[in-house]
Design a protein around this ligand. Structure first.
Ligand code: ADP
Ligand code: MG
Length: 730
């Protein structure tokens, strides 16, 4: 038996399968929101008039009067301290992609040298973290280190328990000294306001005088991998980059599809149960769990809720997944592509619009009048996605997601819309009516406001998993988002693009009606034009096919295959206009973001390629060189004992090993030289292009040689846990 460390770990994983003790089970409904200072807790802890004003402010997205803020702060502090909290923190989402927090004790000096628990309205509403190290893209010079955090009252405060007690978390936005956004939450809130304002204009045209707001609703399905943490500790690439930069294909991958929806192992189930309990206590409506396509891959889906809450909740969900995994001896990998050769992980962002009276505006209507409204919102979405595809694509960028999009396991990088045949036929019937108010539909006439929509089957879209943006009966599923990403950028893009389209539509309908046209006539005419203009964005076929790549090019749809190529277009005037027109981000804020995102890309690639270099040189190469010695001895032996014609096999074996050892060495040298070249370059764009075009291909070359060596070298000596171990042991 081999005595390597890897084998020892393997034995330990196989024999020690203890499942951590699980706390007493709660019924989900009893647990829900236990640690949240939500509307119920506030109603209970606040004087009725203050609660009413707070509810109204949260509903309208306005801030609280200072006097009220003090009362809310005291109630929030008492609630938190009663439950054992010692500290509070403003919790925000800077451009790092993660969340940030700085804990302060509930403590203030009082007379007589005493200390008291203090927390005022001012502290609740505004914090001033010394924030000079957060990325600002040049918005703030280092000497103006100050940033402000401010409570977002549309997202309730909550308690988080850690090893040393409980802390009150106050969801916040993060601004610079000059009031510019340095985070992802501020533009999200602005985009929600923009889409609400424009959607209300359209609703008013259709005679709805009572709705006060339109909410974007989001349900984010989260995919992830679990790996035994004992194996993880032997792999620096997984530990530091969340992705294997080396590793040959496993003997068994996902070919048999026996993992998808398979029985969940007891150890994984215990992990999932604890994740769900923690989510429920924080008011996150966890609902669905199952095994995913790849071995070791799983999915979790919450119930949908207002987009800003869904965004905070998804950030918390990722945090809970990571920390709970540790307690169960797992590492949770949220990276988009932890393993080559098996599926990566995404995040399906289910999105719809819902008015303040609870009506889903994307639900096909049951009456002809409702249909007209549904079709107008549908037309707005087609227009938004067609005209602003670059903005949407920008909402999904990232070095990790580049490994996944367009790789036949996730949607292509081309943004298109799947509607399904029945709904597409409705659109065609309207176009064929040619503006005269008539179109053939099932032998009848398809007239907006007069004809009923044919029944549309709800599950039509599940037959097409290859579309990046699919209509699924009463919502759209944006499937291009990466598993590790915040859902904020995708939803900011979506809300802003749809707000622009709704603005165009409302303006046109308002003026047609002002000129004396009936609403139905105006709608009919507009729908014909919009459906005709934007039909090229509709694609119901196979998004993975080569034909689609060609067809999309003919249709003029952009096809940005990677982060850098699309990021270069962030500063195009028509792209920036989407956010300036909707007041989501100013030009300056957008240029800062372009800089930050390019820099983030470079850093992500750098970490991986530095790991490839270090592991290649100091872990893989020494083992491979030793094995080369063995094969050289084999060849010598063969020459010593064999006749001339017994040598070719030995010689070719030796040459194969030798080829890969020296191939790896040459690729590593080239990779290191490229690092040096890149370090000496100054422009961010140039460095990002070089990272993509020089570092990434060289890293792939190192990997090709190393993975080949993994398949030849003595298994007992191979220093890194292999895919078979990482993927199949749960
Ligand atoms: P599907 O089978 O199409 O994936 P599910 O019912 O499983 O649909 O829902 C997937 C996700 O979509 C869940 O998170 C769910 O809460 C969410 N969802 C359902 N309806 C809506 C809606 N109207 N708006 C936004 N998200 C929704
Ligand atoms: Mg789904």
């Amino acid at each position: 038996m081999s005595s390597t460390l890897r084998s020892a770990v393997r034995l330990s994983v196989a024999t020690d399968t203890r499942i951590p003790e699980h706390p007493a089970r709660h019924r989900p409904a009893d647990l829900f929101g236990k640690d949240v200072f939500g509307m119920d807790a506030m109603r209970e802890h606040l004087p009725a008039p203050v609660f009413k004003r707070l509810e109204k402010a949260a509903h309208e997205g306005k801030s609280l009067a200072e006097g009220d803020a003090d009362i809310v702060a005291v109630a929030m502090k008492d609630w938190a301290i009663e439950r054992g909290a010692t500290h509070y923190t403003h919790w925000f989402q800077p451009m790092t992609g993660s969340t940030a927090e700085k804990h302060d004790a509930f403590l203030a000096p009082a007379s007589g040298g005493r200390m008291i628990n203090e927390f005022s309205g001012k502290m609740l509403i505004k914090g001033e973290p010394d924030a000079s190290s957060f990325p600002s893209g040049g918005i703030r010079s280092t000497f103006e280190a100050r940033g402000y955090t401010a409570w977002d009252p549309t997202s309730p405060a909550f308690l988080m328990e850690n090893t040393c007690g409980k802390t009150l978390y106050i969801p916040s936005i993060f601004l610079s000294y000059t009031g510019e956004s340095l985070d992802r939450k501020t533009p999200l809130l602005r985009s929600l306001e923009a889409v609400s304002t424009q959607a209300l204009r359209v609703l008013r045209l259709f005679g709805n005088a009572t709705a006060t707001k339109v909410n974007a609703m989001v349900g984010a399905e989260q995919e992830y991998f679990l790996v035994d943490s004992r194996y993880l500790s032997l792999r620096d690439d997984l530990m530091l980059a969340g992705r294997t930069v080396y590793g040959a294909k496993p003997s068994k991958g996902q070919e048999l599809e026996d993992h998808y929806f398979g029985t969940i192992s007891p150890r994984v189930l215990a992990f999932m149960a604890e994740v769900e309990e923690r989510m429920l206590a924080l008011g996150i409506p966890a609902r669905t769990r199952h095994n995913e396509v790849a071995p070791g891959q799983f999915e979790l889906a919450p119930m949908f809720e207002a987009a800003n809450l869904a965004t905070d909740h998804n950030m918390l969900t990722m945090e809970i997944l990571r920390t709970t995994a540790g307690r169960h001896g797992f590492a949770c990998l949220l990276h988009e592509k932890p393993f080559a050769g098996v599926n990566g992980s995404g995040k399906h962002n289910n999105w719809s619009l819902c008015d303040s009276e609870g009506n889903n505006l994307l639900e096909p209507g049951t009456t002809p009048a409702n249909n007209a409204q549904f079709l107008i919102f549908l037309a707005a979405i087609l227009r938004a996605v067609h005209k602003h595809a670059v903005t949407l694509r920008l909402g999904t960028i990232g070095a990790g997601n580049d490994h996944r999009l367009g790789a036949n396991e996730a949607p292509p990088a081309i943004i298109s819309i799947f509607l399904g045949e029945p709904l597409t036929n409705v659109l065609k019937a309207i176009i064929d009516g040619n503006g005269k108010g008539a179109g053939e539909w099932n032998g009848g006439i398809m007239r907006v406001g007069v004809t009923s929509l044919p029944p549309l089957p709800k599950d039509i879209s599940d037959r097409n998993r290859t579309s990046p943006f699919a209509f699924t009966g009463n919502k759209f599923e944006f499937r291009a988002v990466g598993s590790s990403q915040s859902i904020a950028p995708a939803n900011i893009a979506l809300n802003a693009a749809v707000a622009c389209a709704l603005d165009d539509i409302a303006t046109e309908l308002e003026s047609a009606v002002a000129e004396g046209l009936s609403l139905n006539e105006a709608v009919q005419g507009l729908l014909v034009r919009l459906f005709k203009e934007h039909m090229p964005i509709v694609f119901n076929g196979n998004g993975y096919s080569d034909e689609w790549q060609e067809e999309a090019a003919r249709r003029g749809l952009p096809n940005f295959k990677d982060t850098v190529s699309v990021l270069e277009h962030y500063s195009d005037p028509d792209v920036m206009a989407v956010f300036t027109r909707t007041s989501v981000l100013s030009e300056r804020e957008q240029l800062a973001r372009q800089e930050i995102l390019l820099e983030t890309y470079i850093r992500a690639v750098h970490v991986e390629t530095k790991l490839a270099s270090a592991l290649g040189r100091s872990v893989i190469l020494p083992v491979a060189v030793k094995y080369l010695e063995t094969t050289a001895k084999m060849l010598q032996l063969a020459r010593a004992v064999g006749t001339e014609n017994t040598q070719p096999a030995e010689e070719s074996y030796y040459n194969r090993v030798r080829g890969h050892v020296f191939g790896l060495l040459a690729a590593l040298d080239a990779l290191d030289a490229c690092h040096e070249k890149l370090d000496a370059m100054s422009g961010t764009k140039e460095r990002a292009v070089a990272a993509r075009d020089c570092l990434l291909p060289l890293m792939r070359e190192c990997r090709a040689h190393a993975d080949a060596l993994e398949g030849i070298t003595d298994d007992a000596d191979w220093p890194l846990p292999k895919y078979n171990e990482l993927l199949w042991q749960h």
